[in-house]
Design a protein around this ligand. Structure first.
Ligand SMILES: C[S@@+](CC[C@H](N)C(=O)[O-])C[C@H]1O[C@@H](n2cnc3c(N)ncnc32)[C@H](O)[C@@H]1O
Length: 316
């Protein structure tokens, strides 16, 4: 019975917007056992019991389900208990969990994330659409990361690095270094790495370090493997940071004799901002190649496929 609700389960656990969930997969009327199974697959899922999603999200989900069942004579008790179970524990907390379930192969990533988009002066404490799009792209093109030592810039919550080191996915990537300029993000990604690799030896998990783009020259690169691939998602939104980022790229490409590729995923919020960045790349003699976005039907993540995300490969 839970298989019937696998899409709803995947959406619920990563807090996909309630109004965009696959409600059409819920066939009415729902008998007692079906109601119980849907609640067990979502609010009662062991991952949610241990690491709960945002209380307000769970409440919105249960209320929407109750509305759908409004003509039913009997509502399962578990619906009512799901409405109340989280409130006391989670009130006043700025953080909650999201679980990114990959259905094939069976794997998941659990991340603690900020419940607001901006927190502690950074946008990096929650996972953005561009990171999910880049994660999807890498799932489809695992050859791009095979055997490569990878550095992610502005890595936020750490989703991509964690994905690339999940043994069941067999990416076979080399060393992964997740970096961010914000100390809060680095602490959060360290916690998220520890959460997802509780017993894995240190050498086999992503490393995390603070790296501001304007301090790239002072970073202790000698402590890490030589970089083959740079990744970044949703870092092109503030043009006051462009020079710092481009200078950092220049430094990294030059130090690797230009044998370096970067995959950059950007949500297209303001076409002019992205255009300006592209112009700067061209001025500095980088070659940009657009990469095809993964379509909704083969996507591994619940994400808003109507949001425009541009993925490019940058070489020199
Ligand atoms: C919108 S968030 C994206 C986070 C993550 N890549 C994602 O897509 O979910 C932008 C990230 O870039 C980082 N960032 C912004 N400016 C930076 C700088 N000058 N140096 C290093 N990191 C920076 C922020 O701290 C933040 O984590």
């Amino acid at each position: 019975m839970t298989e019937k609700f696998s899409k709803m389960q995947q959406q619920f656990l990563c807090c996909y917007p309630v109004n965009k969930m696959s409600w059409s997969s819920v066939k009415l009327p729902m008998d007692w056992d079906e109601q119980k199974a849907l609640i067990a697959a979502t609010c009662g899922h062991p991952l949610n019991e241990r690491y709960p999603v945002r209380a307000s999200y769970q409440e919105a989900f249960v209320k929407r389900l109750m509305q759908l069942l409004k003509d039913h004579e009997e509502l399962h008790d578990d619906l009512f208990s799901s409405l109340t179970s989280q409130k006391c524990e989670q009130q006043c907390k700025d953080f909650a969990y999201k679980h990114y379930l990959l259905l094939q192969p069976d794997a998941h990533i659990t991340l603690r994330e900020s419940i607001s988009f901006v927190n502690e002066g950074t946008t990096g404490l929650c996972t953005w659409e561009a990171a999910l799009a880049l994660a999807d792209y890498l799932m489809q093109h695992s050859d791009v990361v095979k055997g490569k030592n990878i550095v992610e810039l502005g890595a936020g919550t750490g989703l991509i690095g964690i994905l690339l080191k999940l043994p069941v996915l067999g990416f076979d990537a080399g060393q992964i270094l997740l970096t961010d300029g914000s100390a809060s993000c680095v602490q959060l990604m360290r916690d998220n790495v520890a959460l997802n690799f509780p017993e894995t030896p240190k050498e086999a998990i992503p490393q995390c370090a603070q790296l501001r783009w304007d301090e790239v020259k002072d970073f202790p690169w000698q402590q890490y493997a030589k970089t083959d691939l740079l990744l970044a998602a949703d870092v092109i939104y503030d043009d006051s940071q462009f020079d710092a980022l481009l200078d950092a790229l220049d430094h990294l490409y030059t130090s690797r004799g230009n044998c370096l590729e970067m995959l950059l995923a950007s949500t297209v919020r303001n076409v002019d901002t992205l255009h300006k960045f592209m112009e700067q790349l061209a001025k500095r003699e980088y070659k940009v190649t657009p990469c095809a976005n993964v379509s909704a039907c083969v996507s591994h993540f619940c994400r808003d496929h109507t949001a425009a995300v541009q993925i490019i490969s940058i070489k020199r």
